[in-house]
Design a protein around this ligand. Structure first.
Ligand code: CA
Length: 418
């Protein structure tokens, strides 16, 4: 597929993350106005609420955009998802007869504040990056036992907190927690000393399900994807994680990109999962290309300093697709709902420059790495801004998610001061 031309000139640049081919969904506000649904096009946002109010979008009896989140569209199902995309394309394509009516609905992106694009119903985080799991396992248990025995057979995950999910740009406060240093017999309650990022993609469930669903059904039920940073407190995690997995280490914040890129926009970038060491059981078997070729990067900017790229990798490094994760999630009967968010797990590649967490980049803090500004890092320091980017490269166009960034602010002096 090549660039689809729009009458919005900025959408026709090969570099813009938001060409007509993309049409990602977000929620925005301008100063003094309430949040509402919008679609990114070049350096503008189409105000969907206004477009619906003046009759440019009319897909359901009750309207889709009287609420500041995209869950209502998700609940309408794939036929309405396709109808909206088709209508938006018609409104914004070069030669559209509606241009004069659409123009007043465009808001410059530079003037807006972004909000969470959806009500996050529930949040699950997986651990399906093989290089990440191997690196972390090697550090914690040695190279012989790096991958747990179940890892090549099921996508391991844990249930996180939907309430911890925040939109890109939200500051993240360094947490306190119970830590146990190897030098001490007893734990202490202290500010986290090993705060980290995890480069992930998030898949958003659009269609609800009741009992177990197949991998194909799971893929059909996915609405779209976001960038996701699973902020992680490694010292809290090391003490608490056995035997029930991470808990407070993952409860501070999870940042997502402001834009949901739909499955439809990513269709040209589908690719296969890697070769299987063990054949997966039938209910988890691949039934087509369900990963995506999306270049990912992480940058770190110390306070007041330029950003350095610290990792580059690709979503095609995942061992399990989001469809396989979702299918597995339903096997024991758990219902899934529109707005459920599934984190992929940290995405690392085979090379050192492809590691999607500071834990891996600094090898557990033993090998601090150097930024382009000359400073060194083992973990995130107060004032650091971490930014995730994701781009899929088409023929003369780019699909982007908008940056997913957050700044670490210092721990409270006393979390129990009242
Ligand atoms: Ca994670």
């Amino acid at each position: 597929m090549s660039l689809m031309k729009s009458w919005v000139a900025s959408a026709n640049s090969p570099e813009t993350p938001f060409p007509l081919n993309n049409l990602p969904y977000g929620v925005f506000s301008t100063p003094g106005t309430d949040p509402r649904c919008g679609v990114a096009i070049g350096d503008m946002i189409l105000d969907c609420q206004m477009a619906e109010d003046i009759g440019l979008i009319s897909l359901t009896d009750n309207g889709l955009f009287d609420v500041p989140f995209w869950n209502e569209l998700m609940e309408e199902g794939p036929a309405v998802w396709a109808a909206l995309r088709s209508r938006l394309t018609g409104l914004l394509e070069q030669g559209s007869t509606d241009q004069a009516r659409v123009e007043p609905c465009l808001v410059p992106m530079a003037q807006v504040e972004m909000h969470l694009p959806m009500v996050v119903c529930e949040y699950t985080d997986f651990y399906s990056g093989r290089h990440h799991a191997t690196n972390v396992g090697t550090m914690f248990r040695g190279a012989e036992n790096a991958l747990p025995p179940n890892w090549l057979h099921i996508p391991i995950g844990y249930n996180g907190r939907a309430s911890s999910v925040v939109v890109s740009g939200t500051d993240v406060r360094r947490p306190w927690g119970q830590l146990k240093s190897p030098d001490h017999d007893l734990p202490a309650f202290l500010p986290c000393r090993r705060f980290d990022v995890e480069l992930e993609m998030g898949a958003i469930v659009g269609t609800a399900s009741e009992g177990p669903i197949t991998v194909q059904e799971a893929d059909d039920n996915i609405f779209g994807y976001v960038l996701l940073n699973d902020w992680s407190a490694r010292d809290i995690q090391a003490w608490e994680y056995q035997p029930l997995g991470p808990f407070q280490a993952k409860a501070t914040a999870t940042s997502i990109s402001p834009w949901i890129v739909t499955k439809a926009a990513l269709e040209p970038f589908r690719c296969d999962t890697p070769p299987r060491e063990f054949a997966l059981l039938d209910h988890l078997k691949d039934v087509g290309p369900m990963l995506y070729d999306i270049d990912l990067s992480v940058t770190l900017a110390p306070k007041g300093k330029p950003a350095s790229t610290i990792a580059r990798t690709n979503y095609n490094q995942m061992y399990y697709s989001a469809a396989q994760q979702l299918a597995h999630h339903t096997t024991a009967g758990s219902p899934m709902n529109a707005g459920d968010l599934l984190g992929s797990g940290t995405i690392s590649g085979p090379e050192k420059s492809e590691r999607g967490s500071l834990l891996e980049l600094s090898w557990g803090g033993k090998e601090p790495f150097t930024l382009e500004t000359g400073e060194t890092r083992s973990f995130v320091e107060d004032g650091d801004t971490l930014t995730l980017t994701g781009t899929a490269k088409g023929d003369g166009y780019t699909i982007g998610f908008g940056d997913c960034f957050g700044t670490l602010i210092p721990a409270l002096k006393d979390p129990y001061a009242r």
